[in-house]
Write a protein that binds this ligand. Structure first.
Ligand code: OAD
Length: 272
């Protein structure tokens, strides 16, 4: 046991005294709700609770590859709302960038497809977008890439884009990982990194979707794991060095920054 108490102040103390520099961050939709993007599973506000208008057989079908093949419309209805560009990173995203700036970030694993980590300044090679992103797109049949500008146009018009290759005409889909598809190679290449972490921070995720949900279990037993989330998830809190900050993640991140003496720096990064 490395912490003297299961408080965020004790974690901050541990960070300062142990020259912590291999922080692994694992995030989900909850860190972007303050930016105006709904999460998936929150009971009233989550995306899955608000899809009735799309007439889906079940909510997650909107991100299911076999369903998409039959009916891509519901996804493109949603893509119109979720497409990056109109949202600004939250203070939680900035906190990840601050860790990077201090040379302490080993990797930021995100399930989010909104690209807000990049927008906050975290470099691409420090991020693993485990569920892909809207950054690129391709044909689901011949896998030919599709131009960004044409994709943008299709999404803004709520049209379903089709492959431009002769005799293909397959459906085009952003490189978001749908249910029934493999995770990016970068996820598999990096998935054992949590075992090398000297601190793990888990924020804004229900930890319900595998294999991402298993990442926190790869963190060594004696390495502190901090959960900053509205609810307790993934069995966090079961280890002696787990610290739970249950509540809004921006609030939690500010509390952590206060304890680390980073608050002013964090706020000024966010205001820029
Ligand atoms: P979920 O919607 O499943 O979980 C979001 C978590 O964040 C919940 O535990 C919320 O309580 C919490 N939360 C929401 N707002 C918060 C806030 N302001 N502060 C703190 N906590 C907050 O989202 P994910 O875990 O990201 O996959 O979902 C995982 C995957 O399921 C997604 O990547 C997506 C979805 O199907 C694909 O589409 C492939």
């Amino acid at each position: 046991v490395t912490l003297y108490a299961r408080t965020i102040e004790a974690v901050a103390d541990y960070v300062k005294k142990n020259n912590v520099k291999r922080v692994v961050v694992m995030t989900g939709a909850g860190i972007s709700t303050a930016a105006g993007i709904p999460d998936f599973r929150s009971p009233k506000t989550g995306l899955y609770a608000n899809l009735a208008r799309l007439n889906l057989p079940y909510a997650e079908a909107v991100f299911d590859i076999s369903f998409f093949r039959q009916n891509p419309r519901p996804f493109y209805e949603l893509a119109h709302e979720l497409y990056p560009g109109k949202y600004r990173p939250t203070i939680s995203h900035c906190f990840v960038n601050l860790l990077h700036k201090k040379g302490m970030l080993l990797k930021a694993f995100t399930q989010n497809i909104d690209c807000l980590e990049r927008e906050a300044g975290v470099p691409g090679d420090a991020i693993v977008e485990a569920h892909g992103s809207f950054a690129t797109q391709r044909c689901i049949d011949c896998h030919t890439e599709y131009p960004d500008a044409k994709m943008k146009e299709a999404i803004s018009k709520k049209e379903v884009p089709h492959c431009a290759q002769q005799e293909c005409g397959g459906l085009v889909k952003p490189d978001i990982v749908f249910f029934g598809e493999a995770l990016p190679e970068a996820f598999h290449r990096n998935r054992s990194l949590p075992a090398q972490a000297d601190l793990a921070i888990i924020m804004g995720t229900s930890l319900t979707v595998q294999p991402f949900a298993s990442l926190p279990s790869f963190v060594q037993e004696d390495t502190p794991r901090v959960l900053i989330n509205l609810e307790r998830v993934g069995g966090l809190g079961s280890r002696a060095d787990d610290v739970l900050l249950l509540g809004d993640c921006d609030e939690g991140v500010r509390k952590f920054a206060d304890a680390l003496g980073w608050r002013e720096e964090l706020e000024s990064m966010w205001e820029k």
